[in-house]
Design a protein. Structure first.
Length: 440
C-alpha cells in the first residue's frame, strides 16, 4: 500500500491513443509544476492516477484491469480518461476508487489530488522544463490541436466521450510547438480526432504567433510548423477538399510527405451506414492527384471489416479498392459493437469467425502491396531519424514511418549515431513492413 513521503509522489498509468497521451502529459506537467514527484512504481506512490481508454471492449477490459491492479498494489486511485465518461462502469467494477473523471479533465484531476495529497508550495522544486512533462522520447512529441469531433460515425462513441469539436487557438499551438523544438524535439506529430476540421468551430478565426496573423486552419498551421526546422507529420486527416492544399507543402519539403486518412471502407452502402463519405471513385481520383503533385507521399489508412450487413461482394469491393489504391500503410480491425454506438442497432451482424477470416484475407492482400512498395526503395538514399541505439544495431524511422504504428529502418551498427540524430542511409533490403539500410 502507499505511504506518505516528505515530497508527495504520484504514480501514473497512461492507456489509450495519442490524444489520451497528450491528456496525460498535461496532468503530469501540472503535477510537476506544483512540486509533486512522479513515481515509477505503485509501492513508492502516495496515490496513483490511471488515464483510461473506453473506445472498444478490449480497451475497456484493459482499463478496468489496470485500475484493479493499481488498487491492489497501492489502494489510492484516481481514474480519468474516456472510460470515466461512460457512466458508472468504473464505480460498479471498482467502488473504492477515490474519484472518476472524463477525458481532458486536468483541473478536475488536480482538484482530487489536492484533496487527498496536499502539497505545500516550494519554489525550489516546483519547476518543469519549458516543454512540460512528456511520455514520448525526447526527440518526438505529439501536439494535440483540438478536442472532440463533430462527426457522428455510427461505429464511434468519441463525441459522447469527448464532446464536439473545440479547436485550440493557433497561437497557443504554435507556442507549444516552438517550445518543443527549442527543447530538442525533432519530430512534431499533429493529432486531433479530425485534424482537417481544425478551426471549423471558430470559423477559422485569425490569431497571432510571433507578432504576425495566422488563421486557425490546418493548412496555415502546417505551413507555420514547417518553418520550425523539425519534421511535421499529420495524423487523422478527414478527406475534405482543402486537404489538397497541404500536398504542395509536402512536395516543397515544408512538412513530411505523409498523410494518415482513415477511409474505413470502400463500398458506398457500407460507408453510408457508417455515416462516412461514400465515394471510393472520388477517393481514388484524389489519391492519384496527390501522387501527381507529391510522388514520394506515403499514404496510411485504417479500415473496418465485418461491419453489420457487409456482404461478401462488398468486402471484395474493399479488396479491389486496396489493389487499386496501393496504399503504403494499412491498419485494419474487425467491427466491435461498442456500447452506445448507433451501429449496434443495425441488422445482420457478421459472425466473429467470418470477421476474422475477412481481416486475415485483407491483411494478406495488403502485405503483398506493402512488400512490393518497399522493395522499390532498395538502392535509394533516404533520410531517417534514429529512435534506438543498442548492441544489436540502430533502429530508425523514415518520413514514411510514424512511431509505434508503421515500420522501421534497421541500420547496421554504428557507434557514432545517437538517439534523435538525422542521418542519410542507403536502403539495402526490405520485407513486408521494414527496411534495412547502411549509413552513407
Amino acid at each position: 500500500m502507499s505511504k506518505q513521503h516528505p515530497v508527495p509522489r504520484v504514480g501514473f498509468v497512461s492507456l489509450g491513443c495519442p490524444k489520451a497521451t497528450v491528456d496525460s502529459e498535461h496532468i503530469l506537467t501540472r503535477l510537476r509544476a506544483e512540486g509533486y514527484l512522479i513515481s515509477g512504481n505503485y509501492q513508492d506512490s502516495d496515490l496513483v492516477v490511471v488515464n483510461t481508454c473506453g473506445f472498444i471492449d478490449s480497451a475497456v477490459k484493459e482499463s478496468l484491469e489496470a485500475i484493479g491492479e493499481a488498487l491492489a498494489e497501492n489502494g489510492k486511485v484516481i481514474v480519468t480518461g474516456c472510460l470515466g465518461a461512460k457512466g458508472d462502469v468504473v464505480r460498479q467494477a471498482h467502488p473504492k476508487v477515490l474519484a472518476v473523471t472524463g477525458p481532458h479533465a486536468t483541473d478536475e484531476v488536480m482538484a482530487v489530488v489536492h484533496q487527498h495529497l496536499p502539497k505545500p508550495h516550494d519554489p525550489l522544486s516546483d519547476l518543469v522544463p519549458p516543454q512540460g512533462i512528456r511520455l514520448t522520447p525526447k526527440h518526438y512529441a505529439y501536439v494535440k490541436i483540438s478536442e472532440g469531433c463533430n462527426h457522428r460515425c455510427t461505429f464511434c462513441i468519441i463525441p459522447s466521450l469527448r464532446g464536439d469539436l473545440v479547436s485550440r487557438p493557433v497561437g497557443d499551438v504554435m507556442q507549444e510547438a516552438e517550445s518543443l523544438v527549442r527543447a530538442g524535439v525533432k519530430e512534431l506529430l499533429v493529432i486531433a480526432q479530425d485534424t482537417s476540421a481544425y478551426g471549423v468551430d471558430v470559423k477559422y478565426r485569425t490569431d497571432f504567433w510571433g507578432g504576425r496573423p495566422i488563421k486557425t486552419r490546418m493548412t496555415e498551421l502546417a505551413r507555420a510548423m514547417g518553418e520550425l526546422g523539425s519534421w511535421v507529420r499529420l495524423h487523422y486527416v478527414y478527406p475534405y477538399p482543402h486537404v489538397n492544399e497541404v500536398i504542395p507543402l509536402m512536395a516543397e519539403g515544408k512538412i513530411l510527405p505523409y498523410l494518415d486518412v482513415p477511409f474505413q471502407h470502400a463500398n458506398a452502402r457500407i460507408l453510408s451506414l457508417m455515416k462516412r463519405p461514400a465515394s471510393s471513385e472520388n477517393v481514388l481520383a484524389r489519391i492519384k492527384q496527390w501522387r501527381s503533385i507529391c510522388p514520394d507521399i506515403t499514404l496510411r489508412s485504417t479500415f473496418i471489416v465485418g461491419f453489420p450487413g457487409e456482404t461478401e461482394e462488398e468486402f471484395e469491393e474493399l479488396l479491389d479498392f486496396l489493389e487499386e489504391a496501393q496504399l503504403d500503410r494499412v491498419g485494419a480491425f474487425t467491427y466491435s459493437p461498442v456500447e452506445g454506438a448507433a451501429a449496434n442497432a443495425l441488422p445482420d451482424h457478421i459472425p466473429p469467425e467470418v470477421q476474422e477470416q475477412r481481416l486475415f484475407h485483407l491483411m494478406q492482400v495488403q502485405e503483398e502491396i506493402s512488400a512490393a512498395r518497399l522493395k522499390r526503395k532498395i538502392g535509394k538514399t533516404i533520410r531517417v531519424l534514429v529512435d534506438e541505439v543498442g548492441k544489436q544495431g540502430v533502429i530508425a524511422r523514415s518520413s514514411a514511418d510514424a512511431p509505434e504504428i508503421d515500420g522501421v529502418v534497421y541500420i547496421s551498427n554504428d557507434r557514432s549515431l545517437k538517439v534523435g540524430d538525422f542521418v542519410d542511409v542507403r536502403v539495402t533490403d526490405s520485407d513486408s513492413y521494414d527496411l534495412w539500410a547502411e549509413k552513407l
